[in-house]
Ligand binder design. Structure first.
Ligand SMILES: Cc1cc2nc3c(=O)[nH]c(=O)nc-3n(C[C@H](O)[C@H](O)[C@H](O)COP(=O)(O)OP(=O)(O)OC[C@H]3O[C@@H](n4cnc5c(N)ncnc54)[C@H](O)[C@@H]3O)c2cc1C
Length: 390
């Protein structure tokens, strides 16, 4: 997809959160997503995952786990570098790579709560791309109600025996390790029985389903994971038994903000493509852009996108200070993911029939962005969380 379009979104309120060093990094990230990911969309869709070698390439360029400490192979930089990677992925319209989940969710659990041995063993491999990480929470029987997971890890000497299955797992097909949400305690109990366990994909009894067939994000390997009497050493426990839910809660605000960051950038990208299209396309002798309906529509969408951008940037600042509140992150996640659904729908309309053709970025965005309202906690759950803070 051609990205050589003007971005009409920068003019209203300038962004202030990035330094010159961040912008240098952005150039590397932009080139990577433009050259290595976006042009090969058809191939990723056909095979339902990106080439494994791209993980190593991203690692070589310092595009994986940049915030991890240098002693574990990262660059030890602030989370604005992660923000840039997410923005550039969304800008390029790449929905196939699961880098941000690997770098900014899975690696964080190991770094924040894992043992020293675990960090030394896995973080350097995750930074280089030698190991791909997944996080396995959702099960066929439960998603939103995470306390109701049934995958069990029963103590047996120095090991746990893991049984159960997970579904919709991003990076599931290519993963080398998964942070698995299990019940180590009484399965009838809720949060106090939940633990996080690192499970290596090559353990006997651990198997992967074929990547699932999805409405959009078809190049992303999302699959089922099965655990059939998998013996896992107790040293693979992340944190302590029964603390899984608390660890998950600590990172969830950031994980929700990540979705808002990608959606804000996605809105800007779709608007840029649409502006270029309506200026070029002529109907009844003049450009689509010349009609009042088009101008007002784009003015509304541009305003709302700008409002989203300012709120998301403020949330990023709060995150950097360590003061991002659960309700702010939930608001960002639900509002901006709702917004991108509206933006892509209106922009498809402005493209006419071409907007329904998957070779157009707007059509790709239409199918890819829908999942944002579902994963990372559904938007209904976000409203539930906000309502609890009244
Ligand atoms: C592309 C994709 C990638 C994903 N990647 C991952 C991953 O890497 N790891 C992972 O663990 N999971 C992943 N998921 C799973 C995702 O997080 C879940 O689908 C999501 O949390 C919703 O759970 P569910 O599908 O079981 O829906 P359900 O929980 O069954 O919800 C069904 C409906 O009920 C509503 N609902 C539920 N509870 C309430 C309530 N209390 N009040 C009001 N309404 C409610 C929901 O909002 C929804 O509309 C992914 C999903 C997708 C689509």
């Amino acid at each position: 997809m051609s990205l050589n379009v003007p971005n009409p979104m920068n003019a209203m309120i300038p962004r202030t959160i990035f330094s010159a060093d961040h912008e240098d990094f952005r150039r590397t990230a932009r080139r990577f997503f433009e050259e290595e990911l976006a042009p090969h969309r058809d191939k990723w869709e056909e095979q339902q995952h990106i080439d494994r070698s791209l993980w190593n390439k991203a690692g070589e360029l310092g595009l994986l786990c940049p915030t991890m400490p240098e002693e574990y192979g990262g660059s030890g930089v602030d989370r604005l570098y992660s923000v840039i990677l997410m923005e550039e992925q969304a800008r390029a319209g790449d929905s196939a790579s699961g880098f941000s989940l690997h770098s900014d969710i899975v690696a964080n659990y190991l770094n924040n709560f894992g043992s020293e041995e675990m960090k030394k063993e896995w973080l350097p491999k995750m930074c280089s791309g030698e190991a791909v990480g997944a996080i396995a929470m959702t099960e066929p029987g439960t998603g939103s109600d995470l306390q109701a997971v049934r995958t069990s890890a029963i103590a047996d000497g120095d090991d746990y025996i893991v049984n159960g299955s997970k579904i919709f797992i991003t990076n599931g097909y290519l993963c080398d390790i998964a942070v698995v949400v299990v019940k180590t305690g009484d399965p009838a109990k809720g949060a106090e029985s939940v633990s996080l366990l690192l499970v290596e994909a090559n353990r006997e009894g651990f198997s992967k389903g074929r990547p699932l067939k999805k409405v959009g994000m078809k190049g992303q390997d999302t699959c089922e994971l099965f655990f059939d009497n998998v013996r896992v050493p107790k040293s693979n426990l992340i944190g302590t038994e029964g603390m899984g839910f608390i660890m998950l809660m600590k990172e969830l605000a950031w994980e929700r903000l990540m979705i808002a960051i990608m959606c804000a950038s996605g809105c800007e990208s779709v608007l840029a493509h649409t502006l270029a299209y309506v200026r070029d396309r002529k109907v009844f002798g003049k450009p689509v852009a010349a009609y009042q309906n088009t101008k007002y529509k784009l003015a509304e969408l541009r305003s709302e996108t700008q409002i989203a951008r300012v709120f998301v940037d403020r949330c990023i600042e709060e995150q950097l200070k360590g003061t991002l509140q659960v309700d702010a992150a939930a608001a960002a996640k639900y509002w901006v993911s709702d917004l991108i659904s509206k933006v892509v729908d209106e922009c498809v309309q402005l493209h006419g029939g071409y907007g329904f053709m998957t070779e157009y970025p707007v059509a790709q965005a239409y199918i890819d962005t829908r999942a944002n309202r579902i994963y990372g906690g559904t938007n209904e759950i976000m409203k539930e969380l906000i309502s609890r803070t009244f």
